[in-house]
Design a protein around this ligand. Structure first.
Ligand code: HEC
Ligand code: HEC
Length: 465
């Protein structure tokens, strides 16, 4: 588990382990953001957009120099940050799997934030929600598209090394492959270091939860959901739940002060729209596909268009059959500890463990790879389970040159299977291997029953959502 740091628990924020100090922080001063047409009519959402994109909430985790110093760890392959800052920024973003910010961010990619410790005046870097929740596709960045390129453990290792500090945390897998993150275990560790009143514990509460790494869900789905997270056990209106990462440093009083700000952020998340499919769609095929979808899929995923409806169903593990590790991770001990705390006061986590929520499918064309663990590269493979590759190399970017408009999703390099022991030892994080913990690509076999022709029409229909 967390390494032996007995004096002050170095606690987990996004930066995973920041020294436990209750210092405030402030993001670098920015141009005042232009009001967004998407949120202009909703003052709470407009405040939330500013609060999300233009403010930092955690003290810097790494010193200011790390942005340049990490390049010393790149085997001499770095462009000169002074002579060619743009080439440097690009190399930096691509190395760690970050994307250009579609809002002013001081020249930094989405997810990386310059911030200042208000107590000490120290300036440095932190990562924020957009490291995981900011993605790109076809050369455009989107706030709320899950980041399928992020290499969080690679970023942590380099940043701490460049900052001249050891990386303290061990004992859980942050990610074995790019684009996966273990947000669940981070949150579980954070809450285990607090008492129900949010005072700090000397030793973590044992909770037995073992979360796997997962994909990151798109924020534009949230407005349609009554419950959130892959297991659907948390009310989608829970503001406190989206504040968990602040447990890295905030006190109970600070949480209470910040709650209205995060209510605004949630209002903003609920205004985000899915991007439309950018290539031609065969309308006739899609219309036929809609009928197949209504017959075979809508009971779980809902109906779309003018009179849309979404049943918000959470499907039992033995029915859905996908990798159970994420659903099983929410142990009774963890849930009851969370529910006894400030976080569970307003919207407690459901005590019943069922399985996985059938998500709304808006913008599904943009969110490959599929399933909660990103184990299936395309819709065609999702709908024909016999064709799913067990081991593959993820594409090196989210450019359309790697996108498959027929199968809908990512063109991957399929690799020969290796033994699970070998797969567990892999250090190349461009490789996905379904034999690793939580990454199984089985289940969701509903498409297997369809004819090839029906599958083709459903895929065409899914492009319209
Ligand atoms: C380290 C990566 C990471 C960071 C940082 C992060 N998230 Fe997430 N977020 C995830 C993952 C992964 C999930 C899915 C968790 C699950 O269900 O297991 C998620 C789920 C969510 C959901 C639920 C979405 C749904 O439809 O179920 C919301 C809302 C959310 N995050 C908001 C935020 C906000 C706001 C922040 C910043 C304060 C944030 N997240 C920071 C990775 C991250
Ligand atoms: C019995 C309910 C059920 C039926 C029927 C069903 N699904 Fe699903 N579907 C789910 C659940 C639950 C998940 C999430 C599983 C997971 O992530 O482990 C899912 C996931 C998906 C995903 C991936 C979503 C993502 O963001 O990665 C797609 C696409 C999808 N289903 C399409 C379909 C289509 C098309 C059909 C009809 C042929 C269908 N489903 C039938 C329950 C169902």
């Amino acid at each position: 588990m967390l390494a032996n740091c007995r004096t002050s628990w170095r606690v987990v924020g996004y930066g995973l382990l920041a020294v436990a100090s209750a210092a405030g922080s402030r993001a670098e001063a920015e141009e005042p953001p232009p009001p967004s047409s998407q949120t202009a009519s909703d003052p709470a959402a407009e405040r939330g957009r500013e609060a999300l994109l233009f403010r930092g909430y955690l003290s810097p985790e790494w010193g200011e120099e790390v942005y340049r110093k990490v390049a010393e760890l790149w085997d001499g392959k770095a462009p000169d940050p002074d002579a060619d800052p743009e080439a440097y920024a690009e190399a930096f973003a691509s190395r760690y799997g970050l994307h250009p910010a579609p809002y002013p961010n001081g020249g930094l990619p989405m997810g990386l934030r310059r911030s200042e410790n208000l107590k000490t005046g120290r300036v440095g870097f932190q990562i924020d929600c957009l490291a995981c929740h900011g993605g790109s596709i076809g050369g455009r960045s989107y706030v709320g598209l899950g980041n399928t390129q992020l290499d969080l453990i690679g970023l942590y290792r380099d940043f701490y090394r460049a900052d001249g500090r050891p990386l303290f945390f061990t004992g859980f897998t942050v990610n074995t492959v790019r684009g996966s993150v273990n947000a669940g275990q981070m949150a579980a560790i954070l809450i285990s270091l607090r008492n129900p009143d949010l005072s700090r514990r000397l030793f973590p509460l044992p909770h037995g939860a073992k979360f796997p790494e997962t994909d990151v869900p798109a924020w534009w789905l949230l407005k349609h959901k009554r419950t959130m997270y892959y297991d659907g056990r948390t009310d989608a209106r829970s503001v406190r739940s989206i504040m968990q990462f602040l447990l890295g440093e905030k006190t109970r009083e600070q949480f209470e002060e910040l709650e209205p700000t995060f209510a605004d952020i949630l209002a903003y998340l609920n205004r985000i729209e899915a991007p439309s499919y950018p290539f031609p769609i065969d309308d006739g095929l899609a219309a036929r596909g809609r009928e197949v979808f209504e017959e075979h899929c809508a009971r779980c995923h809902g109906s779309y268009g003018e009179d849309r409806s979404y049943p918000n169903r959470i499907i039992e593990l033995d029915v859905i059959g996908t990798d159970p590790a994420r659903a099983l991770a929410g142990t009774e001990a963890l849930v009851s500890h969370f529910n006894a705390s400030w976080f569970g006061e307003t919207y407690p986590v459901d005590e019943v463990l069922t399985g996985y929520q059938a998500p709304p499918l808006d913008g599904i064309w943009a969110t490959a790879p599929y399933l909660h663990n990103g184990s299936v590269p395309t819709l065609a493979q999702l709908l024909d389970s016999s064709t799913r590759p067990g081991r593959f190399r993820r594409p090196p970017s989210t450019g359309f040159e790697h996108y498959d408009t027929e199968a809908v999703g990512w063109r991957v390099e399929v690799l020969d299977p290796v033994s699970p022991e070998q797969a567990a030892r892999d250090s190349d994080r461009s490789i996905f291997d379904a034999s690793r913990f939580g990454l199984g690509n089985q289940g969701h076999t509903f498409g297997d029953l369809l004819s090839d022709d029906d599958r083709r029409t459903v895929i065409e229909y899914l492009k319209t959502l």
